[in-house]
Design a protein around this ligand. Structure first.
Ligand code: FAD
Ligand code: MLT
Ligand code: ZN
Length: 495
């Protein structure tokens, strides 16, 4: 379990705890079912707040006594204004699928859950601009725009639980970034409740707007440290007319880079994803029933796998391109791949994706995961996985009682490796062996310690491996400007 002292995370100021008198105040503008509290006179058992106090991985646990579930922006504003006057710290919470401990309290902060703010405000089928409450679940927005032949520009394994507000707050990357770019590009506007309760309405639906500083960009990826996002205006792309995917089995990791070059050149505009899983990740996905296993013949001798997706305008054209690619790969004197399994129908398409998307779920079923989400040069993906494994071996930590697996998977097109260490339990010896070892390794490549999951509570002490002193100093000044009382998600992003 995460301990405050471990990385020197500390509270810099004497914050207030939520008191029974605060609950009385919240009752003046929130209905009873929007207030979950264990404070007297409530008879809620503290275990009923477990889903809000515990993170998805079972790694971080807070002790909040109170969760509020506002329905309107005005209610969020009233909550924050009160908390600012009382210096009560707040954790904004979306779907609580975050992987860096940012979405749960470190102590007894007030949790403000956006789950009840879940309406679509508007959708323009001509421009594809969607305006939605921050608490809308990503999958429900995908379902909402689908009949209009649009898709969400972001897609990730947690789509059934994560909120669009959480996606924006973490600047989630996911499986479509290669094609549609980051949320810094597709988010057109935001409505945010600032740390003093003021409502900042920047919910424009303009493609172009060069009127000075683009303030909304500051909240994208701020992980709830600068304010609470209450609504998002986002550009949704048209649905592709045809999508195909194929899983390629590679004999060596070294083939990934030349394969990526070949695939980009041959598929050009229809390439929409190029995702990597190493053999351990594949075996775990199969073991824990994520997607359907490939045949023994297809996986024989494979060191790793690549999932290629195409999305284009004309099925026959795209299929032809994919088939041409596969035959040219096999025609090579020394083929880059051992085999290719092409989906033939929508069920197979989803099943191939499940082998990649399901790795996260499989890892969590296998044990407790130490997750490092890093940007490094593609050529070094395998070296980083192998070096970490050897390092743990040299410390005597490999084995069923400690570290069960070291694996790598991720978004090749984005230069983003997910290095996962799966252990029997979270143990201080493993933690000490991994950090700062992994961060120093990343820094040696001038990489990033967080490609997409954020800093949260996990990496505040590691920010300096990827950001220089001047950058951190200005981040602190921005935080102090927006949140002088430091009530918004304290102990996250910045120490
Ligand atoms: P939460 O977990 O609730 O919160 C995350 C952070 O955002 C916290 O700091 C919280 O305080 C803040 N926050 C949440 N909502 C708001 C708001 N309305 N206003 C201000 N701050 C807010 N991430 C990726 O980037 N790419 C992936 O491919 C990916 N795949 C995943 C697959 C699985 C199976 C899982 C479990 C997680 C995955 N994640 C991935 C991580 C996670 O799902 C994303 O970070 C997601 O965007 C978090 O959304 P959420 O609504 O669950 O936010
Ligand atoms: C992914 O790419 O699968 C996600 O970022 C989640 C993870 O890292 O496990
Ligand atoms: Zn990812």
């Amino acid at each position: 379990m995460f301990r405050l002292a471990r990385h020197g995370l500390r509270w810099r100021r004497p914050y207030s705890s939520v008191a029974a008198s605060d609950i009385e105040h919240f009752k003046t503008f929130l209905p009873p079912n929007a207030i979950l509290t264990t404070l007297s006179p409530s008879n809620l058992a503290s275990s009923e707040l477990d889903p809000f106090n515990n993170d998805w991985m079972g790694k971080y646990r807070g002790q909040s006594t109170t969760v509020l579930k506002p329905k309107t922006t005005q209610q969020v504003s009233d909550i924050v204004r009160w908390c600012a006057s009382r210096e009560i710290p707040i954790v904004p919470q979306g779907g609580n699928t975050g992987l860096v401990g940012g979405s749960v309290p470190l102590r007894d902060e007030l949790v403000v859950s956006l789950a009840n703010m879940n309406s679509v405000r508007s959708f323009d089928p001509v421009s594809g601009i969607l305006v939605a409450d921050a608490g809308c679940i990503l999958q429900s927005l995908t379902d909402y725009v689908a009949p209009h032949n649009h898709i969400m520009p972001v897609d990730l394994g947690a789509k059934g639980s994560c909120h669009i507000g959480g996606n924006v707050a973490t600047n989630a990357g996911g499986l479509r970034l290669l094609r549609y770019g980051s949320l810094h590009g597709s988010v057109l506007g935001l409505e945010v409740v600032l740390p003093d309760g003021t409502i900042l309405d920047q919910l424009t639906s303009l493609r172009k707007d060069n009127t000075g500083y683009d303030l909304k960009q500051l909240f994208i990826g701020a992980e709830g440290t600068l304010g609470i996002i209450t609504a998002v205006s986002i550009l949704t792309p048209p649905s592709p007319q045809a999508s195909n995917n194929v899983i390629l089995a590679l004999p060596h990791f070294d083939n990934v880079q030349p394969l990526y070059r070949t695939v980009k050149r041959q598929l050009s505009e229809i390439l929409s994803a190029f995702e990597f899983i190493d053999r351990t990740a594949y075996d775990l996905a199969v073991k824990h029933s994520q997607g359907r296993a490939l045949s023994d013949e297809d996986v024989e001798g494979a060191e790793c796998f690549v999932l290629v997706e195409t999305s284009g305008g004309r099925r026959e054209h795209d299929e032809q391109k994919l088939e041409d690619l596969l035959s040219s790969l096999f025609d090579e004197e020394t083929p880059l791949i051992n085999s290719g399994v092409l989906s033939q129908n929508p069920a197979q398409f989803s099943s191939l994706w499940a082998l990649r998307e399901g790795v996260t779920e499989a890892v969590s079923k296998e044990g407790k995961a130490y997750k490092y989400d890093i940007s490094i040069p593609l050529a070094s993906f395998q070296t980083v996985v192998d070096t970490t494994r050897e390092h743990l071996r040299s410390k005597g930590l490999l084995g069923d009682h400690a570290v069960k697996h070291v694996l790598g998977y991720g978004h090749v097109g984005d230069g983003n490796l997910h290095l996962n260490i799966v252990a029997a339990a979270y143990m201080p010896e493993i933690q000490d062996a991994l950090e700062p070892f992994v961060y120093e390794l990343v820094a040696s490549y001038r990489g990033s310690v967080s490609a997409e999951h954020g800093i949260g509570a996990m990496k505040t002490h590691a920010l300096h491996y990827s950001k220089n002193d001047v950058s951190i100093e200005w981040m602190k000044k921005i935080k102090a400007l927006f949140d002088p009382k430091g009530i918004m998600n304290p102990g996250k992003v910045l120490e």
